[in-house]
Design a binder for this molecule. Structure first.
Ligand code: PMP
Length: 361
């Protein structure tokens, strides 16, 4: 058989991976990219210079492995999170996706289950099944909120080893009240992962699940530098939990998983956090303006606590997505069938989005 004739189906891969699709946000080079919830503002020249200098210093020691436990970085992340958190309660990896994978490796696996409330982040089921854990998709309400009673009932029915609660949720932007998270914690027999990738964008009065950590040793709160911190290319995600949870993750992480360069870049980002997080207010304002504009066009728009907006409903959403792309604006075809998601960009990018929408509608 020639190499070209071999397909995935010819390989002896795991039976449970057969027929599955990989994560696939299109990476298309267009003028206005509003499809992966990145922060549109690049680092300043001062930050780039600081980063280059720090990398230069570390480059002289790249013959050595990095700090395996990323202690300085975890201390910095704990200080950033506040809430009295310590280094022992914080863990970091290559993006929060890797953090989530390590959680599944430690608390999931063959014969175990994880539940999530859909529509939600597509990587939760992919990481779950990738670790041979069974995925249980439970439904949200029509307005994408989560009724605590129903969430508790689903947990009592399935007794999952892991519960995923994304707050604010992707792709809907919906944040969970602490009371719902507490109800879930009371019902869950295993760990509860509150995925707070977008926490910094939440509207006033939306508290973080970090406040619940002192009373809940099975609660894990995950965060990332990919969104508000504007460092998606660095690949740095982290979590806060009870120190025993971090000890569990040490059992499954690969040694030296966080490169010296990654740790250095993340430490520089923490030093410059005022600048990096300084874009959050502008993005929130742009988000709220986008919600209002789309509603003004008579569209359905989900309330958003994140840096993206889910809007609809389009009987043929592909046509709208393609129409925007033809005008150089890339958004995301994700979530329920009649909805589309737009990430919040700069003022100019959102003006381009609105102009393209006027053409397409
Ligand atoms: N959680 C949620 C809810 C997300 O939307 C994303 C990124 N789209 C992630 C986690 C993963 O982000 P990263 O691996 O870049 O930290």
């Amino acid at each position: 058989m020639s190499p070209a004739a071999v397909t995935l189906d010819d390989l002896p891969i795991r039976d449970d991976l057969r027929g599955r699709s990989p994560y696939g946000a299109p990476q298309i080079d267009v003028p206005v990219r509003l499809n992966t919830n990145e922060n549109p503002y690049p680092p300043s020249p001062a930050l780039v210079a600081d980063l280059a200098e720090a990398v230069g210093v570390n480059a002289a020691e790249l013959n050595r492995y990095p700090d395996r436990d990323a202690t300085e970085l975890r201390a910095g992340l704990a200080a950033y999170l506040g809430h009295g958190l310590t280094t022992e309660q914080v863990w970091a990896a290559n993006g929060s996706n890797e953090v989530l994978q390590q959680i599944l490796q430690a608390f999931g696996g063959h014969g175990r289950t994880a539940i999530g409330f859909e529509p939600s982040y597509s990587m939760h089921p992919i990481i779950t099944t990738g670790t041979s854990t069974e995925w249980i998709g439970a439904a949200r309400e029509d307005d994408f909120s989560l009724a605590p009673g129903k969430a508790v009932a689903a947990i009592e029915e399935h007794r999952p080893d892991i519960v995923f609660l994304a707050s604010p949720n992707n792709p809907t932007g919906t944040a969970q009240p602490l009371s719902t998270i507490e109800a879930v914690l009371a019902a869950a027999p295993g760990v509860v992962v509150v995925d707070e990738a977008y926490a910094e964008f939440a509207r006033e009065g939306t508290p973080s699940a970090l406040t619940l950590l002192p009373r809940h040793p099975r609660l894990i709160v995950t965060r990332t530098m990919s969104k508000a911190f504007a460092m998606a290319g660095t690949r740095l995600g982290y979590l806060a939990a009870h120190p025993a949870v971090v000890q569990a993750l040490l059992l499954v992480r690969l040694p030296y998983h966080l490169s010296t360069l990654t740790q250095t870049a993340a430490l520089v980002a923490l030093r410059h956090r005022d600048e990096l997080l300084g874009t959050v207010d502008a993005l929130r304002r742009e988000r709220d303006a986008t919600v209002a504009w789309l509603r003004g066009k008579g569209l359905d728009v989900a309330d958003s606590d994140a840096n993206f907006v889910l809007f609809g409903r389009f009987p043929d959403r592909r046509k709208v997505w393609e129409g925007l792309l033809a005008h150089g604006v890339l958004i995301r075809e994700v979530g329920p069938p009649e909805w589309l998601r737009v990430s919040i960009g700069t003022g100019e990018e959102m003006a381009a989005f609105r102009a393209a929408m006027e053409e397409v509608l």
